[in-house]
Design a protein around this ligand. Structure first.
Ligand code: PNS
Length: 167
């Protein structure tokens, strides 16, 4: 291990569902850190489309060869990072809309656990306007999201939308 390699990095999020922008950040984080844990938050405010178990399963399938771990967590992200011994929280930053929200969270997390740094990676330009919210919306109205999410996720999404229509 190079001395300047990050030891353990936590990449937290809702991942409802995981999309290519997330996968890009995961790959890049893996190049910087010895161990990367992708943390799926269970207690998100919004009503998720997929259960935690589904979100974890989709992430695991999509990151099979990425050499990362996928875990769910409840409670504060910084406390989960502390339990993992992670020194950094990694977040992706898209267009300006993310900035204020992410700045607030990073500042609060720093206050809660000053020893843990949040580092931001600029989202790759091709995924800059991609979000799980948009993916869900387009899929709900029958639009194609192919090429924006892994094929395995797309299959589950189509199934989920169909079952929601029936129910
Ligand atoms: O993918 P998202 O929805 O942007 O992820 C947000 C997430 C899950 C990282 C954030 O809501 C979070 O950290 N939730 C865990 C609870 C917590 O620590 N809240 C205080 C944040 S300052």
């Amino acid at each position: 291990m190079r001395e300047n390699t990050l030891a353990i990095a936590l990449y937290p999020g809702s991942f409802d569902p995981v999309h290519n922008g997330h996968l890009d950040i995961i790959e890049r984080a893996r190049r910087m850190a010895r161990r990367v844990v992708v943390g799926v938050a269970t207690n998100v405010e919004k009503e998720p489309m997929f259960s935690v178990a589904d979100r974890v399963a989709m992430l695991r399938a999509a990151t099979e060869r990425a050499g990362v771990e996928v875990m769910s967590f409840s409670g504060l992200t910084v406390d989960f990072a502390h339990r993992l011994d992670a020194t950094v929280i990694v977040k992706g930053l898209r267009a300006m809309m993310d900035f204020e929200y992410e700045l607030k969270m990073a500042a609060m997390n720093k206050r809660l656990r000053p020893e843990i740094e949040t580092i931001f990676m600029m989202t790759a330009p091709e995924w800059a306007y991609l979000s799980s919210t948009l993916i869900r919306e387009v899929a709900r109205f029958g639009g194609s999201v192919s090429g924006l999410i892994p094929a395995s996720v797309e299959q589950r999404l189509v199934k989920r939308v169909r079952s929601q229509r029936k129910g």
